[in-house]
Design a protein around this ligand. Structure first.
Ligand code: HSE
Length: 440
Protein backbone atom coordinates (compact mmCIF):
# COMPACT_ATOMS: atom_id res chain seq x y z
CA UNK A 1 0.00 0.00 0.00
CA UNK A 2 1.24 3.49 -0.80
CA UNK A 3 2.33 5.78 1.98
CA UNK A 4 -0.34 8.43 2.66
CA UNK A 5 1.14 11.87 2.12
CA UNK A 6 0.26 14.78 4.35
CA UNK A 7 0.64 18.41 3.30
CA UNK A 8 0.78 21.06 6.01
CA UNK A 9 -0.11 24.70 5.30
CA UNK A 10 1.38 26.94 7.98
CA UNK A 11 4.32 26.20 10.24
CA UNK A 12 3.50 28.41 13.23
CA UNK A 13 3.11 27.13 16.79
CA UNK A 14 0.58 24.42 15.90
CA UNK A 15 2.23 23.42 12.60
CA UNK A 16 5.56 22.92 14.36
CA UNK A 17 3.79 20.90 17.07
CA UNK A 18 2.15 18.65 14.46
CA UNK A 19 5.44 17.99 12.68
CA UNK A 20 7.27 17.30 15.93
CA UNK A 21 4.67 14.88 17.35
CA UNK A 22 4.20 13.08 14.00
CA UNK A 23 7.93 12.48 13.78
CA UNK A 24 8.33 11.52 17.45
CA UNK A 25 5.40 9.07 17.45
CA UNK A 26 5.69 7.91 13.83
CA UNK A 27 5.67 4.17 14.57
CA UNK A 28 2.65 4.14 16.83
CA UNK A 29 0.75 6.50 14.53
CA UNK A 30 1.36 4.24 11.54
CA UNK A 31 0.15 1.25 13.56
CA UNK A 32 -2.98 3.08 14.70
CA UNK A 33 -3.69 4.35 11.20
CA UNK A 34 -3.20 0.86 9.79
CA UNK A 35 -0.81 2.11 7.14
CA UNK A 36 2.22 4.32 6.75
CA UNK A 37 1.88 8.07 6.47
CA UNK A 38 4.32 10.93 6.39
CA UNK A 39 4.44 14.69 6.00
CA UNK A 40 5.60 15.20 2.41
CA UNK A 41 5.03 18.92 1.76
CA UNK A 42 4.95 21.99 4.00
CA UNK A 43 3.89 25.44 2.87
CA UNK A 44 5.34 28.26 4.95
CA UNK A 45 6.93 31.64 4.51
CA UNK A 46 8.87 31.16 7.74
CA UNK A 47 10.72 27.79 7.78
CA UNK A 48 11.96 26.78 11.22
CA UNK A 49 15.58 25.60 11.08
CA UNK A 50 15.24 23.71 14.39
CA UNK A 51 12.61 21.34 12.89
CA UNK A 52 13.54 18.19 11.00
CA UNK A 53 12.34 18.86 7.45
CA UNK A 54 14.55 16.28 5.68
CA UNK A 55 12.52 14.52 2.93
CA UNK A 56 9.85 17.25 3.08
CA UNK A 57 9.22 19.61 0.15
CA UNK A 58 9.12 23.17 1.48
CA UNK A 59 7.18 25.81 -0.46
CA UNK A 60 6.65 29.43 0.41
CA UNK A 61 3.30 29.28 -1.39
CA UNK A 62 0.67 27.38 0.61
CA UNK A 63 -1.34 26.78 -2.57
CA UNK A 64 1.58 24.70 -3.89
CA UNK A 65 0.72 22.19 -1.12
CA UNK A 66 -2.97 22.08 -2.05
CA UNK A 67 -2.14 21.68 -5.75
CA UNK A 68 0.53 19.02 -5.18
CA UNK A 69 -0.91 15.85 -6.81
CA UNK A 70 1.04 13.66 -4.35
CA UNK A 71 -0.62 15.16 -1.26
CA UNK A 72 -3.61 13.11 0.00
CA UNK A 73 -4.55 15.11 3.11
CA UNK A 74 -4.21 18.89 3.47
CA UNK A 75 -3.73 20.24 7.00
CA UNK A 76 -4.73 23.91 7.20
CA UNK A 77 -2.97 25.68 10.07
CA UNK A 78 -2.73 29.26 8.85
CA UNK A 79 -5.80 30.50 10.77
CA UNK A 80 -8.12 33.40 9.91
CA UNK A 81 -10.80 33.60 7.23
CA UNK A 82 -8.77 34.29 4.10
CA UNK A 83 -6.88 32.83 2.37
CA UNK A 84 -7.80 29.84 4.56
CA UNK A 85 -11.29 29.56 3.03
CA UNK A 86 -9.99 29.70 -0.52
CA UNK A 87 -7.25 27.20 0.36
CA UNK A 88 -9.66 24.68 1.90
CA UNK A 89 -12.15 24.99 -0.98
CA UNK A 90 -9.30 24.45 -3.44
CA UNK A 91 -8.15 21.36 -1.52
CA UNK A 92 -11.70 19.96 -1.65
CA UNK A 93 -12.00 20.76 -5.35
CA UNK A 94 -8.73 18.87 -5.85
CA UNK A 95 -10.27 15.83 -4.12
CA UNK A 96 -8.16 16.03 -0.96
CA UNK A 97 -9.31 15.42 2.60
CA UNK A 98 -8.82 18.41 4.90
CA UNK A 99 -7.87 18.74 8.56
CA UNK A 100 -8.06 22.20 10.09
CA UNK A 101 -7.61 23.80 13.51
CA UNK A 102 -9.37 26.97 12.34
CA UNK A 103 -12.45 27.72 14.46
CA UNK A 104 -13.19 31.07 12.79
CA UNK A 105 -13.15 29.40 9.38
CA UNK A 106 -15.46 26.56 10.43
CA UNK A 107 -17.86 28.79 12.39
CA UNK A 108 -18.24 31.28 9.55
CA UNK A 109 -17.74 29.18 6.39
CA UNK A 110 -18.36 25.66 7.69
CA UNK A 111 -21.73 25.20 5.94
CA UNK A 112 -20.20 25.93 2.52
CA UNK A 113 -17.11 23.84 3.27
CA UNK A 114 -19.02 20.78 4.49
CA UNK A 115 -21.49 20.92 1.59
CA UNK A 116 -18.63 21.12 -0.92
CA UNK A 117 -16.78 18.27 0.79
CA UNK A 118 -19.85 15.99 0.72
CA UNK A 119 -20.45 16.76 -2.94
CA UNK A 120 -16.84 15.88 -3.74
CA UNK A 121 -16.73 12.80 -1.49
CA UNK A 122 -13.93 14.03 0.78
CA UNK A 123 -13.82 14.62 4.53
CA UNK A 124 -13.17 17.76 6.57
CA UNK A 125 -12.07 17.27 10.18
CA UNK A 126 -11.65 20.05 12.74
CA UNK A 127 -11.10 18.50 16.21
CA UNK A 128 -8.44 21.08 17.09
CA UNK A 129 -10.78 23.98 16.36
CA UNK A 130 -12.52 23.69 19.74
CA UNK A 131 -10.83 23.38 23.13
CA UNK A 132 -7.36 22.52 21.78
CA UNK A 133 -6.34 19.08 23.01
CA UNK A 134 -9.74 18.01 24.39
CA UNK A 135 -11.39 15.58 21.94
CA UNK A 136 -14.76 17.28 22.40
CA UNK A 137 -15.78 17.16 18.73
CA UNK A 138 -15.35 13.39 18.61
CA UNK A 139 -17.07 13.03 21.99
CA UNK A 140 -20.13 14.99 20.86
CA UNK A 141 -20.31 13.61 17.33
CA UNK A 142 -19.49 9.96 18.06
CA UNK A 143 -19.15 9.17 21.75
CA UNK A 144 -22.50 10.76 22.59
CA UNK A 145 -24.30 9.88 19.35
CA UNK A 146 -26.95 7.91 21.29
CA UNK A 147 -28.08 11.05 23.09
CA UNK A 148 -30.40 13.92 22.49
CA UNK A 149 -28.17 16.70 23.81
CA UNK A 150 -30.06 18.98 26.19
CA UNK A 151 -27.40 21.57 26.88
CA UNK A 152 -23.69 22.17 27.04
CA UNK A 153 -21.58 24.78 28.77
CA UNK A 154 -17.89 25.35 28.28
CA UNK A 155 -14.88 27.34 29.31
CA UNK A 156 -13.57 27.43 25.76
CA UNK A 157 -11.17 30.35 25.77
CA UNK A 158 -7.98 29.81 27.73
CA UNK A 159 -6.92 33.48 27.66
CA UNK A 160 -10.17 34.67 29.21
CA UNK A 161 -10.04 31.95 31.84
CA UNK A 162 -6.45 32.84 32.68
CA UNK A 163 -7.42 36.51 33.12
CA UNK A 164 -10.41 35.75 35.38
CA UNK A 165 -8.35 33.31 37.45
CA UNK A 166 -5.57 35.86 38.01
CA UNK A 167 -8.12 38.56 38.92
CA UNK A 168 -9.69 36.26 41.51
CA UNK A 169 -6.55 34.68 42.98
CA UNK A 170 -4.24 37.68 42.95
CA UNK A 171 -6.66 40.63 42.89
CA UNK A 172 -5.00 41.83 39.68
CA UNK A 173 -6.56 44.25 37.20
CA UNK A 174 -7.93 43.06 33.87
CA UNK A 175 -5.54 45.09 31.69
CA UNK A 176 -2.39 43.90 33.52
CA UNK A 177 -3.33 40.25 33.21
CA UNK A 178 -4.18 40.59 29.53
CA UNK A 179 -0.69 41.94 28.85
CA UNK A 180 0.72 38.82 30.55
CA UNK A 181 -1.48 36.49 28.51
CA UNK A 182 -0.28 38.12 25.31
CA UNK A 183 3.34 37.72 26.35
CA UNK A 184 2.79 34.07 27.27
CA UNK A 185 1.40 33.44 23.77
CA UNK A 186 -2.11 32.37 24.83
CA UNK A 187 -3.98 35.22 23.18
CA UNK A 188 -5.20 35.38 19.58
CA UNK A 189 -3.36 37.68 17.13
CA UNK A 190 -6.15 40.15 17.87
CA UNK A 191 -6.72 39.73 21.64
CA UNK A 192 -10.18 41.29 21.41
CA UNK A 193 -11.21 37.92 19.92
CA UNK A 194 -10.38 36.39 23.31
CA UNK A 195 -11.61 39.03 25.73
CA UNK A 196 -14.73 40.06 23.83
CA UNK A 197 -15.84 36.45 23.42
CA UNK A 198 -15.53 36.18 19.64
CA UNK A 199 -13.15 33.21 19.82
CA UNK A 200 -15.46 31.48 22.31
CA UNK A 201 -18.48 32.25 20.10
CA UNK A 202 -16.77 30.59 17.11
CA UNK A 203 -16.21 27.48 19.22
CA UNK A 204 -19.68 27.51 20.79
CA UNK A 205 -21.38 27.73 17.40
CA UNK A 206 -19.49 24.62 16.28
CA UNK A 207 -20.44 22.74 19.45
CA UNK A 208 -24.08 23.82 19.17
CA UNK A 209 -24.31 22.64 15.56
CA UNK A 210 -22.95 19.24 16.54
CA UNK A 211 -25.15 19.01 19.62
CA UNK A 212 -28.40 20.01 17.92
CA UNK A 213 -27.69 18.82 14.34
CA UNK A 214 -28.20 22.28 12.89
CA UNK A 215 -26.28 24.36 10.34
CA UNK A 216 -23.58 26.64 11.77
CA UNK A 217 -25.12 29.95 12.77
CA UNK A 218 -22.60 32.53 13.97
CA UNK A 219 -24.93 35.50 13.37
CA UNK A 220 -27.32 34.53 16.15
CA UNK A 221 -24.82 33.80 18.91
CA UNK A 222 -25.03 36.37 21.72
CA UNK A 223 -21.52 37.45 22.62
CA UNK A 224 -20.42 39.45 25.64
CA UNK A 225 -16.78 39.72 26.72
CA UNK A 226 -15.06 39.94 30.08
CA UNK A 227 -13.44 43.36 29.71
CA UNK A 228 -16.15 44.94 31.88
CA UNK A 229 -15.89 42.42 34.74
CA UNK A 230 -14.96 44.52 37.77
CA UNK A 231 -12.63 43.25 40.52
CA UNK A 232 -15.32 43.88 43.17
CA UNK A 233 -17.72 41.55 41.37
CA UNK A 234 -15.06 38.82 41.30
CA UNK A 235 -14.66 39.24 45.08
CA UNK A 236 -18.38 39.51 45.84
CA UNK A 237 -19.16 36.44 43.72
CA UNK A 238 -16.62 34.47 45.74
CA UNK A 239 -18.25 35.62 49.01
CA UNK A 240 -21.60 34.42 47.74
CA UNK A 241 -20.18 30.97 46.92
CA UNK A 242 -19.71 31.47 43.17
CA UNK A 243 -16.92 31.85 40.62
CA UNK A 244 -17.13 34.09 37.58
CA UNK A 245 -16.28 32.15 34.41
CA UNK A 246 -16.53 33.17 30.77
CA UNK A 247 -18.93 30.49 29.59
CA UNK A 248 -20.27 29.47 26.23
CA UNK A 249 -23.75 28.03 26.74
CA UNK A 250 -25.95 26.22 24.21
CA UNK A 251 -29.31 24.92 25.37
CA UNK A 252 -32.30 23.32 23.70
CA UNK A 253 -35.51 24.83 25.11
CA UNK A 254 -39.19 24.56 24.21
CA UNK A 255 -38.97 28.08 22.69
CA UNK A 256 -35.79 27.48 20.64
CA UNK A 257 -32.03 27.23 21.01
CA UNK A 258 -30.08 29.43 23.42
CA UNK A 259 -26.58 30.18 22.17
CA UNK A 260 -24.68 32.67 24.29
CA UNK A 261 -21.19 33.61 25.48
CA UNK A 262 -20.92 35.84 28.54
CA UNK A 263 -19.37 36.10 32.01
CA UNK A 264 -21.33 33.77 34.25
CA UNK A 265 -21.51 33.08 37.97
CA UNK A 266 -21.41 29.36 38.69
CA UNK A 267 -21.51 27.68 42.10
CA UNK A 268 -17.94 27.12 43.30
CA UNK A 269 -18.71 23.48 44.16
CA UNK A 270 -19.19 22.53 40.50
CA UNK A 271 -16.13 20.83 39.03
CA UNK A 272 -16.14 23.23 36.08
CA UNK A 273 -15.98 26.22 38.46
CA UNK A 274 -12.53 24.96 39.47
CA UNK A 275 -11.10 24.89 35.97
CA UNK A 276 -8.47 27.59 36.25
CA UNK A 277 -5.73 29.29 34.27
CA UNK A 278 -5.56 28.50 30.57
CA UNK A 279 -7.33 25.17 30.95
CA UNK A 280 -10.61 24.51 29.13
CA UNK A 281 -13.56 22.32 30.06
CA UNK A 282 -16.88 21.45 28.47
CA UNK A 283 -19.88 20.08 30.33
CA UNK A 284 -22.40 18.23 28.16
CA UNK A 285 -25.81 17.01 29.30
CA UNK A 286 -27.33 14.23 27.22
CA UNK A 287 -30.74 12.63 27.81
CA UNK A 288 -29.25 9.14 28.22
CA UNK A 289 -25.79 9.74 29.66
CA UNK A 290 -26.72 12.70 31.90
CA UNK A 291 -23.89 15.17 32.61
CA UNK A 292 -20.37 14.51 31.29
CA UNK A 293 -17.31 16.74 31.67
CA UNK A 294 -14.28 17.06 29.39
CA UNK A 295 -11.18 18.86 30.64
CA UNK A 296 -7.74 19.65 29.29
CA UNK A 297 -5.40 22.13 27.67
CA UNK A 298 -7.30 24.48 25.39
CA UNK A 299 -4.31 25.77 23.46
CA UNK A 300 -0.59 25.22 22.96
CA UNK A 301 1.54 23.51 20.33
CA UNK A 302 1.39 19.85 21.29
CA UNK A 303 -2.12 19.71 22.85
CA UNK A 304 -3.50 21.22 19.64
CA UNK A 305 -1.26 18.93 17.56
CA UNK A 306 -2.74 15.99 19.47
CA UNK A 307 -6.19 16.82 18.05
CA UNK A 308 -4.92 17.58 14.54
CA UNK A 309 -3.06 14.25 14.38
CA UNK A 310 -6.04 12.29 15.73
CA UNK A 311 -8.03 13.62 12.76
CA UNK A 312 -5.24 12.63 10.37
CA UNK A 313 -5.10 9.10 11.83
CA UNK A 314 -8.89 8.74 11.40
CA UNK A 315 -8.71 9.83 7.77
CA UNK A 316 -5.75 7.58 6.99
CA UNK A 317 -7.42 4.56 8.61
CA UNK A 318 -10.49 5.03 6.40
CA UNK A 319 -8.62 6.07 3.28
CA UNK A 320 -9.50 2.88 1.39
CA UNK A 321 -13.06 2.68 2.75
CA UNK A 322 -16.14 3.86 0.81
CA UNK A 323 -17.19 7.44 1.53
CA UNK A 324 -20.23 6.40 3.56
CA UNK A 325 -17.87 4.76 6.07
CA UNK A 326 -16.57 8.24 6.97
CA UNK A 327 -18.15 10.14 9.83
CA UNK A 328 -19.62 13.32 8.34
CA UNK A 329 -18.34 16.67 9.58
CA UNK A 330 -21.41 17.50 11.67
CA UNK A 331 -22.35 13.89 12.34
CA UNK A 332 -25.02 13.87 9.63
CA UNK A 333 -25.40 14.95 6.07
CA UNK A 334 -25.75 18.68 5.38
CA UNK A 335 -29.14 17.74 3.82
CA UNK A 336 -30.59 16.45 7.07
CA UNK A 337 -29.47 19.28 9.36
CA UNK A 338 -32.42 21.32 10.63
CA UNK A 339 -32.45 25.09 11.17
CA UNK A 340 -33.66 25.87 14.69
CA UNK A 341 -34.81 29.23 15.90
CA UNK A 342 -32.07 30.75 18.04
CA UNK A 343 -33.49 32.85 20.86
CA UNK A 344 -32.52 36.49 21.21
CA UNK A 345 -30.86 37.34 24.50
CA UNK A 346 -34.12 39.00 25.68
CA UNK A 347 -35.90 35.67 25.37
CA UNK A 348 -33.45 33.51 27.33
CA UNK A 349 -34.11 32.46 30.90
CA UNK A 350 -31.44 32.85 33.54
CA UNK A 351 -30.83 33.70 37.16
CA UNK A 352 -28.94 36.97 37.77
CA UNK A 353 -26.36 38.52 40.05
CA UNK A 354 -26.91 42.24 40.38
CA UNK A 355 -24.86 44.86 42.17
CA UNK A 356 -26.62 48.14 42.84
CA UNK A 357 -24.61 51.11 44.12
CA UNK A 358 -26.80 53.17 46.42
CA UNK A 359 -26.63 56.07 48.87
CA UNK A 360 -26.37 54.83 52.42
CA UNK A 361 -29.99 55.69 53.39
CA UNK A 362 -32.73 53.71 55.14
CA UNK A 363 -35.31 51.97 52.95
CA UNK A 364 -33.21 51.62 49.79
CA UNK A 365 -33.02 47.84 49.97
CA UNK A 366 -36.78 47.54 50.34
CA UNK A 367 -37.35 49.76 47.25
CA UNK A 368 -35.11 47.47 45.21
CA UNK A 369 -36.70 44.26 46.44
CA UNK A 370 -40.17 45.76 45.85
CA UNK A 371 -39.35 46.43 42.18
CA UNK A 372 -38.09 42.87 41.77
CA UNK A 373 -41.12 41.46 43.51
CA UNK A 374 -43.49 43.59 41.35
CA UNK A 375 -41.84 42.00 38.29
CA UNK A 376 -42.35 38.48 39.67
CA UNK A 377 -38.62 38.05 40.33
CA UNK A 378 -37.71 35.95 43.40
CA UNK A 379 -34.55 36.70 45.32
CA UNK A 380 -32.23 33.84 46.31
CA UNK A 381 -29.54 35.79 48.19
CA UNK A 382 -28.83 39.32 49.41
CA UNK A 383 -25.58 40.89 50.54
CA UNK A 384 -24.92 44.47 51.56
CA UNK A 385 -21.43 45.97 51.61
CA UNK A 386 -20.62 49.32 53.15
CA UNK A 387 -17.65 51.06 51.60
CA UNK A 388 -15.84 52.05 54.81
CA UNK A 389 -16.02 48.52 56.23
CA UNK A 390 -14.95 46.75 53.09
CA UNK A 391 -12.10 48.61 51.46
CA UNK A 392 -11.17 45.49 49.54
CA UNK A 393 -14.31 45.76 47.43
CA UNK A 394 -13.24 48.98 45.80
CA UNK A 395 -16.48 50.74 46.65
CA UNK A 396 -16.54 54.56 46.62
CA UNK A 397 -16.84 56.18 50.08
CA UNK A 398 -20.40 56.93 51.29
CA UNK A 399 -21.89 54.30 48.99
CA UNK A 400 -23.28 50.91 49.72
CA UNK A 401 -23.29 47.99 47.34
CA UNK A 402 -26.48 46.00 47.45
CA UNK A 403 -25.83 42.63 45.88
CA UNK A 404 -28.61 40.19 45.02
CA UNK A 405 -28.92 36.84 43.32
CA UNK A 406 -32.31 36.29 41.69
CA UNK A 407 -34.19 33.17 40.73
CA UNK A 408 -34.55 32.21 37.05
CA UNK A 409 -36.56 34.72 34.99
CA UNK A 410 -36.90 35.77 31.35
CA UNK A 411 -34.14 38.28 30.56
CA UNK A 412 -36.50 40.94 29.14
CA UNK A 413 -38.43 41.01 32.43
CA UNK A 414 -35.22 41.21 34.41
CA UNK A 415 -33.69 44.05 32.37
CA UNK A 416 -36.91 46.02 32.57
CA UNK A 417 -36.78 45.68 36.39
CA UNK A 418 -33.14 46.83 36.28
CA UNK A 419 -34.21 50.02 34.44
CA UNK A 420 -36.75 50.71 37.19
CA UNK A 421 -34.08 50.17 39.85
CA UNK A 422 -31.71 52.55 38.04
CA UNK A 423 -34.47 55.20 38.08
CA UNK A 424 -34.56 55.24 41.91
CA UNK A 425 -33.13 58.48 43.39
CA UNK A 426 -30.94 56.60 45.82
CA UNK A 427 -29.26 54.52 43.11
CA UNK A 428 -26.02 56.25 42.21
CA UNK A 429 -24.74 54.28 39.23
CA UNK A 430 -25.83 51.92 36.48
CA UNK A 431 -26.63 48.47 37.82
CA UNK A 432 -24.06 45.76 37.15
CA UNK A 433 -25.59 42.39 36.34
CA UNK A 434 -24.08 39.02 35.47
CA UNK A 435 -26.02 35.91 34.50
CA UNK A 436 -25.95 32.99 36.92
CA UNK A 437 -26.10 29.31 35.92
CA UNK A 438 -26.51 26.48 38.39
CA UNK A 439 -25.34 23.87 35.81
CA UNK A 440 -27.23 21.32 37.85
N1 HSE B 1 -6.75 32.17 21.97
C1 HSE B 1 -7.31 30.86 22.16
C2 HSE B 1 -7.53 30.67 23.66
C3 HSE B 1 -6.39 29.81 21.61
O1 HSE B 1 -7.02 31.48 24.44
O2 HSE B 1 -8.22 29.75 24.04
C4 HSE B 1 -7.02 28.48 21.38
O3 HSE B 1 -8.12 28.54 20.53
Amino acid sequence: MNVIKIGICGLGTVGAGVLTVMQRNADLLNRRAGRAMRVSHVGTRRPKPDLNTADITLSDDIFAVVNDPDVDIVVELIGGYEPAFELVMQAIANGKHVVTANKALIAVHGNAIFTAAEAKGVSVRYEAAVAGGIPIIKALREGLSANKIEWLAGIINGTGNYILTEMRDKGRLFADVLADAQQLGYAEADPTFDVEGIDAAHKLVILASLAFAMPLNIDNCFTQGISAVAPQDVTLATELGYRIKHLGIARRTAKGIEMRVHPTLIPHRRLIANVDGVMNAVLVKGDAVDATLYYGAGAGAEPTASSVIADIVDLVRLSEAPYNAQVLSLGESADTLVEHRVLSINEIESAYYLRVMVDDKPGVLSHITQILSDSGISIDAVLQKESDQHQGHGLPAGHVAVVLITDVIVEAIFTSAVKNIEALDSVTDTVTFIRVESLA
